[in-house]
Design a protein around this ligand. Structure first.
Ligand SMILES: *[C@@H]1O[C@H](CO)[C@@H](O)[C@H](O)[C@H]1NC(C)=O
Ligand SMILES: *[C@@H]1O[C@H](CO)[C@@H](O)[C@H](O)[C@H]1NC(C)=O
Length: 375
């Protein structure tokens, strides 16, 4: 007994004061993160990607119906090539996806230029050769906004409507009925990760299947939630349950695998709770994804959970919910403390519509400073 207490003390000191501070100093979401090792923001290889790429000529000849439209909302960001990075990555993923032999639909993309002065957004103008660009002309904007949050919201409405309109045009051109389709709205600093398209597809199929039960569409699915809000120390009951479950399981495995006969169970459970929180839950989610990729398929590591408030870098809507969202947003005024993300979240709760979040994230949020605020 006394040995166990001494051993535990040594273990706590070793773990939290010596091993973790050294091991995790470059782990971005751990409590020991000391900065450094940030990915190169203005990776010049992005620009060379476009010089190698043939513009999307085969889009026009693709006869499959478009079940998903990816719309990138963009404004000027001096000194950064966020948009190019997003478009390059998306282009890679889309080419692979559409080139696959699925007959059940294609994915298309467009860029929505909502800069105050769209003519000055040179990066978006240059990318017209890759994806079609729609823009919100100066005449369509009020002369001034009381609050930037409200401009952000109007931009979003414009892009949602433009997406619906563009999908309609494609369908007419192909002489197909548009049917149910989906719109994924990405902000221009949300770089797609490898699993984005297959996992989105999987959840679309899942939600479609579920829908036949009660005939009500989901309102939105968030494909990104800020990592800093993904930790255990958050007031979400299911996450606290997960925290305890993971810790209890770890103690159990320790006993079984190492054949230890532990007595001070509560201290061991607290040890693992502290350990997982200090490592950072986003890292645990990455580890889970890595495990699933080896044991099953990476897509199996993603979960659909009830939506949490905050942030709209990557939002999935159905054609019906996109209509609903733009109609709702058109009826409100946004201000500090009531931005579009909060408004949508509250609306979903009040109207009893289902909103989800996917975990782990399917995009990487690279814009440390958004044009408007910290995000
Ligand atoms: C969305 O698609 C469904 C299925 O085709 C259709 O019935 C519905 O009217 C569409 N919704 C809107 C708002 O266009
Ligand atoms: C966008 O569509 C919604 C819903 O149809 C409508 O209420 C709103 O006026 C439209 N706004 C713009 C800017 O087109």
């Amino acid at each position: 007994m006394r040995y166990e207490a001494a051993g535990l003390t040594v273990l706590y000191v070793l773990t939290f004061l010596i091993v973790l501070p050294v091991l995790c100093s470059t782990w971005r979401y751990s409590v020991y993160y000391r900065g450094g090792e940030s990915p190169d923001e203005n990776d010049p290889s992005v620009l060379s990607y476009f010089s190698d790429v043939m513009t999307s000529v085969n889009d026009e000849t693709d006869e499959r119906p478009v079940f998903l439209l990816v719309t990138i909302v963009t404004v000027r960001r001096e000194g950064h090539f966020y948009l190019s990075r997003v478009v390059a990555r998306l282009h890679q993923l889309l080419s692979a996806y559409n080139g696959g032999n699925g007959n059940d639909g294609a994915i298309r993309a467009m860029i929505c230029n909502v800069d105050r002065d769209p003519e000055l957004h040179q990066e978006a103008l240059d990318l017209q050769t890759i994806y079609p660009v729609v823009r919100r002309d100066v005449q369509q904007q009020p002369i001034s906004y009381n609050d930037l949050m409200d401009k952000e919201k109007d931009d979003y409405i414009f892009c949602l409507n433009a997406s619906q309109h563009y999908h309609e045009q494609i369908s007419i051109k192909k002489r197909q009925s548009s049917g149910t389709y989906y719109i994924l709205v990405l902000e221009d600093d949300a770089v797609p990760l490898d699993d984005l398209l297959p996992v989105t597809r999987r959840f679309i199929d899942y939600l479609k299947m579920r829908r036949s039960d009660d005939d009500r569409d989901f309102f939105y699915v968030k494909l990104y939630h800020p990592e800093r809000l993904q930790n255990y120390w958050q007031p979400e009951p299911w996450r606290i349950a997960e925290w305890i479950a993971v810790s209890v399981l770890s103690v159990f495995l320790l006993q079984v695998v190492l054949g230890l006969r532990l007595r001070r169970h509560s201290l061991w459970i607290i040890y693992f709770m502290a350990l997982t929180e200090c490592l950072g839950r986003p890292h645990l989610l990455q580890f889970k994804r890595w495990m699933f990729a080896r044991l099953a398929s990476p897509a199996a590591a993603y979960n659909l959970l009830a939506a949490t408030e905050c942030c709209t870098p990557a939002m999935l809507f159905s054609n019906t919910s996109a209509y609903l969202a733009s109609a709702f947003l058109s009826s409100i005024t946004c201000k500090r403390g009531y931005a579009k993300d909060t408004a949508l979240y509250l609306y979903a709760r009040q109207s009893g519509r289902q909103a989800f979040v996917v975990e782990p994230n399917l995009v990487q949020h690279v814009g440390r400073v958004s044009t408007l605020r910290f995000n």
